[in-house]
Design a protein around this ligand. Structure first.
Ligand code: SAH
Ligand code: SF4
Ligand code: F3S
Length: 454
C-alpha cells in the first residue's frame, strides 16, 4: 500500500496543532508526508466550522476528491475536526459522500492510528466521533511546522458559550493540562531547538492546572513563570485571552517576565455594550476600554490585536457606530474582521433581526478602513527603530515568485518582532531560526521592511 499522507487543515491554531499530532502519529506508523494530495495514500481533511464559508470550503475540497475515488484509486479518505462534532454534518457526509472511509472528531484524535489499521485490515468504513473529551491524553507525538517555534496546548474546550459561537459544541468543556506535563513538553521542545512557544487555549486566562504533587492549582500567570524558567526558550506567546478574565497578575507578568512577548490578542467582538450583552461576552464597551488603558499604562509598547464581528443579529447603525468609535479609540495593531455567520445549534441562530448581507458588507468595508488606518499608523511608528527579530524563513512573497531575489548570495527573509510584527529583509539562509537585529526602514499596513544591522 502507498504509505504516504497528505493533510489539509482549515481553522485555527488548535486545528493546526491537531494536524501536527496526526502527522506525528502517522510518521510513527511509517508513513511519509506527500507534498501533493493526489499522490497520497491517506488523505485527511481537518475541518473548521466557525463560519459558514469554512463549511463550504470543506465540501468543495471533498467534492474535488470524488473523481479520484470514482477512478478506482485506492486511497483512504479521512475527515476530522470541528465539523465532525455535529450530527447534521456527519449525516450529510454519509448521504452525499459515502466513499469517505474514516470520520473522527476532535476528542479522539489519539485513536486515529487504530482506526486506520482497522479500516485497512477489515476493508470497512468507520465513524468514530466522541461526544465530549474526558481525560487528557499526554505524550502524543507531533510533527512541527517550524523548527524554531511550536504550539503547545495548555487546555482544551471552552465554557463561555458566546451566543454566536460553535466552538463550545465542537471542542467540549474546559479542561487544563497539569503544569508539569506542559513544562516537560516544552523542555523536550527546547532540547530540539525550539526557541519560541505559543501556549494555546480558547480562553487561556481561565487555565487552572492541578500540580502533580497535589500542592494545589497553578493559574495562567503561574504557568507563564514556570515556562519562563526553561532554558533555551526565549519567547513565550499565548492565544486567546478573554477580556472578562484578564487579571492584574497577568498584566504584571508582561512587566516582570522578559520572555513574555509584548503582544496581546484581545478579541472585543463588538463595540456596543448592548450587542456585547446579547453575545454573552460579559463585559461592556467601557470596561474593555478601561482594560486597554490599564494595559497600556503598565506596558506602553504592547501591541494589541483583536477579532470583530459585524452584523450580529439586531446590530443597529448606532451599535455599529460604537464599534467604529471603539476601534478609533483603541487603534489596534491589527484585527481580524468577520461577517456574522449563522451557526446551527447556537443561541444566536434563533435571534430575530438577522442583518441583510448588503448591510453587513457595507459595515464590514467601513470597519476595515478604520482598522487599516490604525495598523498603518502603528507600523509607521517602527520606522527608524532597531528590532530583535526571530527569523522564520524565506519570505512568502519570494516563495510565490512575487519579488526578485536581492543581491547575489542573499535571500528575502521574514521574521517577527517581539510584538509579533512581520518584518521582511534581505539576509542569508543560515539566519533562519535565529535572532537578528533589524533596522526598520519603511512600513506598510500589514508588515515592516528592514535591513540587517551590521
Ligand atoms: N476563543 C477565541 C476565538 C474563537 S473563534 C476567542 O474567544 O476569542 C475565532 C473568532 O471567530 C472569534 O473571536 C470570532 O470573532 C469569530 N467567530 C466565531 N463565531 C463566529 C460566527 N458565528 N460568525 C462570525 N464570526 C465568528
Ligand atoms: Fe467561542 Fe466565545 Fe469560547 Fe471564544 S470564548 S471559543 S468566541 S464561545
Ligand atoms: Fe478552531 Fe474552527 Fe474549531 S476556529 S476550534 S477549528 S471551529
Amino acid at each position: 500500500m502507498n504509505k504516504s499522507y497528505h493533510i489539509t487543515t482549515f481553522g485555527c491554531q488548535m486545528n493546526e496543532h491537531d494536524s501536527e499530532v496526526i502527522a506525528g502519529m502517522l510518521s510513527e506508523l511509517g508513513y511519509e508526508e506527500s507534498k501533493e494530495r493526489k499522490d497520497a495514500g491517506i488523505v485527511i481533511i481537518n475541518t473548521c466550522s466557525v463560519r459558514e464559508n469554512a463549511d463550504k470550503r470543506f465540501f468543495g475540497t471533498l467534492g474535488q476528491l470524488k473523481r479520484r475515488k470514482e477512478e478506482g484509486d485506492d486511497f483512504l479518505m479521512c475527515v476530522c475536526g470541528c465539523m465532525m462534532q455535529q450530527q447534521h454534518i456527519i449525516d450529510t457526509i454519509k448521504q452525499k459522500y459515502p466513499w469517505v472511509d474514516i470520520i473522527f472528531g476532535t476528542h479522539n484524535i489519539h485513536e486515529f492510528p487504530k482506526l486506520v489499521e482497522n479500516v485497512i485490515a477489515e476493508k470497512k468504513k468507520i465513524t468514530d466521533v466522541w461526544e465530549d473529551g474526558g481525560e487528557i491524553i499526554e505524550g502524543l507525538p507531533s510533527k512541527r511546522l517550524y523548527k524554531h517555534k511550536s504550539y503547545v496546548n495548555i487546555m482544551y474546550g471552552c465554557n463561555n458559550f458566546c451566543t454566536y459561537c460553535i466552538v463550545p459544541y465542537t471542542r467540549g468543556r474546559e479542561r487544563s493540562r497539569k503544569p508539569e506535563e506542559i513544562v516537560r513538553e516544552i523542555e523536550a521542545l527546547s532540547a530540539d531547538g525550539v526557541k519560541e512557544v505559543m501556549l494555546l487555549g480558547q480562553n487561556v486566562n481561565s487555565y487552572k492546572g492541578e500540580h502533580e504533587d497535589g500542592s494545589g492549582i497553578a493559574d495562567f500567570t503561574d504557568l507563564i513563570y514556570m515556562v519562563s524558567e526553561i532554558e533555551g526558550i526565549e519567547r513565550i506567546r499565548f492565544m486567546t485571552s478573554h477580556p472578562k478574565d484578564l487579571s492584574d497578575k497577568l498584566i504584571e507578568a508582561f512587566k516582570n517576565c522578559s520572555k513574555l512577548c509584548k503582544s496581546l490578542h484581545l478579541p472585543v467582538q463588538a463595540g456596543s455594550s448592548d450587542v456585547l450583552k446579547r453575545m454573552n461576552r460579559k463585559y461592556t464597551k467601557e470596561e474593555y476600554l478601561a482594560l486597554v488603558e490599564k494595559l497600556r499604562a503598565a506596558v506602553p509598547e504592547i501591541s494589541l490585536t483583536t477579532d470583530i464581528i459585524v452584523g450580529f443579529p439586531g446590530e443597529t447603525e448606532e451599535d455599529f457606530a460604537e464599534t467604529i468609535d471603539l476601534c478609533r479609540k483603541v487603534k489596534y495593531d491589527s484585527a481580524f474582521t468577520f461577517l456574522y455567520s449563522i451557526r446551527k445549534g447556537t443561541p444566536a441562530e434563533k435571534y430575530e433581526d438577522q442583518i441583510p448581507e448588503e448591510i453587513k458588507h457595507r459595515r464590514f468595508n467601513e470597519l476595515v478602513e478604520v482598522i487599516n488606518a490604525g495598523s498603518a499608523e502603528k507600523n509607521a511608528a517602527y520606522v527608524g527603530r532597531t528590532e530583535r527579530v526571530l527569523v522564520e524563513g524565506v519570505s512568502k512573497r519570494e516563495q510565490a515568485g512575487k519579488i526578485e531575489k536581492p543581491q547575489p548570495g542573499l535571500i528575502n527573509l521574514s521574521g517577527r518582532t517581539d510584538t509579533f510584527k512581520l518584518v521582511n529583509f534581505a539576509g542569508t539562509k543560515d539566519m533562519i531560526g535565529n535572532f537578528a537585529d533589524v533596522e526598520i526602514t519603511s512600513s506598510n499596513t500589514f508588515s515592516l521592511v528592514g535591513r540587517i544591522k551590521k
